[in-house]
Design a protein around this ligand. Structure first.
Ligand code: FAD
Ligand code: NAD
Length: 466
């Protein structure tokens, strides 16, 4: 029987990064993955394929809507070849997952393909083509998550679908009904909106992306409406039925009236659930809470002291970069180090266009905590860079402590916000004040000038260009 210092179960961004860090620290490491390709949700059916389709559909949208105003004329009709678009997405996925195989080899990590099942706290059975057993002094559980559902919806994976199927449709829906106006619903909704579908979003809460800053939700809502999304907030879905090619979604609106939405596809994107099926965690003494999450302490240690858990399967944001940080944290803890993660500074991004990005506290959270703050906001339309590219929607908002001027939260909607948010993370990691940021030179013309301007607005209400 092969014996390891660390076995990692699951090869998503949490698991494979944990394995690499373990190997870097000189620990003999194995990784177990039930699927034939490494990379987990993120690389196979999550972050990477969704961004590939967002990029392709963005090109198409530009070609049909914006090329002309830039003085670019295309003789003849611009057409979509969906099969080719999906195939390109798949080749991006294949290259990326292939890269993980390379990284495992490079770091001398043994890869086992099959379902990892705990026999006890130090032995794992791997049910693959053959059944194997390994011994591990320590284990990191990184088994991730699966799409969530509402109890009364029968997801048939043909017309009533999850994100996994939405990444490989064979036709552009005529009318895509999206249940859940969160990250997946809006990103994949935008892919098909750009490709020509009518898109209706049905959201239970009173606004889309309800966990983000209210100002951000409002701005995104405005922009998506301009893009002809039909957004129905405060709607409680009560049933989803399929009759042949038609899907009927029934919901109750704010006034208590029953409303029906008829479409040809329905994407269910109401959140994801932690995944521990078949793991036999109890045999190792690992506790799972009533939300299906593996319980961990501040060291990401489970109720079995030699077993750690990270990523989507534990509490916290279901984000690839959060899973990665936790992978490194668990590996370094096992190696005897004392790592640290500041969960307040894990940024969140929605890859619609314009993009949405945020880090730190929202205005609502600051109000609730009774923290006195100042807000400085700067609109993207006032930037030369935005006018040059015609990406004028959105803003940057900086929230700073009223007394100390320390930045407490940064929220933005705008072109390349996903990349710009890194500046806010760095500033907040170093506990910068809004004035610190306002006094730093930002290259001109760039979208990042909006961060400097918002910092000026937050410090002394003295933005320069508005
Ligand atoms: P996962 O990536 O889910 O990996 C878990 C792995 O464990 C899987 O491969 C699974 O097969 C394997 N496994 C499970 N049980 C066993 C077992 N018993 N034995 C062996 N193997 C097992 N996040 C972002 O930060 N940015 C994005 O842009 C983004 N876009 C997304 C788009 C979509 C459509 C979706 C669905 C998700 C997106 N996410 C995004 C979320 C991101 O994918 C997850 O947060 C991330 O993948 C979690 O990583 P993980 O390592 O915890 O688990
Ligand atoms: P989500 O939590 O982002 O959004 C789910 C939405 O569904 C919420 O707005 C919620 O209020 C709504 N909802 C819940 N029950 C409902 C009901 N009965 N009727 C109508 N609406 C309902 O979840 P998601 O979009 O499914 O994404 C799952 C996870 O994947 C998220 O945690 C997210 O962090 C991650 N993800 C991240 C990215 C990214 O970082 N860009 C992209 C995709 C997915």
């Amino acid at each position: 029987m092969n014996s390891y210092d660390v076995a990692v179960i699951g090869s998503g961004p949490g698991g494979y990064v944990a394995a690499i860090r373990c190997a870097q620290l000189g620990l003999k490491t194995a990784i177990i993955e039930k699927y034939a390709t490494l990379g987990g949700t993120c690389l196979n059916v999550g972050c990477i394929p969704s961004k590939a389709l967002l990029d392709s559909s963005h090109h198409y949208d530009d070609a049909i809507k914006h090329f002309e105003e830039h003085g670019i004329e295309i003789p003849g009709e611009v057409k979509i070849n969906l099969e080719k678009m999906i195939a390109r997405k798949q080749s991006v996925v294949d290259q990326t997952t292939g890269g993980i195989d390379f990284l495992m080899k490079k770091n001398n990590i043994d890869v086992y393909q099959g379902l990892g099942v705990f026999k006890d706290a130090t032995h794992i059975t791997i049910n693959g083509e053959e059944t194997q057993e390994i011994e591990a002094k320590n284990t990191i559980i990184a088994t991730g998550s699966k799409p969530g559902n509402l109890p009364f919806i029968d997801i048939d994976k043909e017309r009533i679908i999850t994100s996994t199927e939405a990444l490989k449709l064979k036709e552009v829906p005529k009318h895509l009904i999206v249940i859940g106006g969160g990250v997946i619903g809006l990103e994949l909704g935008q892919v098909y909106k750009r490709l020509g579908a009518e898109v209706s979003v049905i959201e239970y809460m009173d606004r889309i992306v309800p966990t983000m800053d209210k100002g951000v939700s409002k701005e995104l809502n405005k922009v998506l409406k301009k893009q002809k999304f039909k957004i129905n907030a405060s709607h409680k879905v009560t049933s989803v039925t399929r009759n042949g090619d038609e899907v009927v979604v029934t919901a109750t609106n704010k006034k208590g009236e029953e409303v029906q939405f008829k479409g040809d596809y329905c994407l269910v994107s109401v959140g994801r659930r932690p995944y521990t099926d078949g793991l036999n965690a109890e045999a190792a003494g690992v506790k799972i809470n009533d939300r299906g999450q593996i319980e961990v302490n501040a060291h990401l240690q489970t109720s079995a002291s030699n077993i750690y858990a990270i990523g989507d399967v534990v509490k916290g944001a279901m984000l690839a970069h959060k899973a990665e940080e936790e992978g490194v944290f668990a590996a370094e803890t096992i190696a005897g180090q004392k790592p640290h993660i500041d969960y307040n500074l894990i940024p969140g991004v929605v890859y619609t266009w314009p993009e949405v990005a945020a880090v730190g506290k929202t205005e609502e959270q600051l109000k609730e905590a009774g923290i006195a703050y100042k807000a400085g906001q700067f609109p993207m339309r006032a930037l030369g860079r935005s006018r040059a590219s015609m990406d004028i929607d959105g803003f940057v908002k900086i929230l700073a402590d009223k007394t100390t001027d320390e930045i407490l939260g940064v929220h933005m909607v705008g072109a390349r916000a996903a990349d710009m948010i890194a500046e806010a993370v760095v500033a907040m990691e170093y506990r910068a004040s809004a004035e610190d940021v306002s006094r730093m030179s930002h290259a001109h013309p760039t979208y990042t000038e909006a961060i400097k301007e918002a910092a000026l607005a937050a410090t002394e209400d003295r933005a320069l260009h508005i």
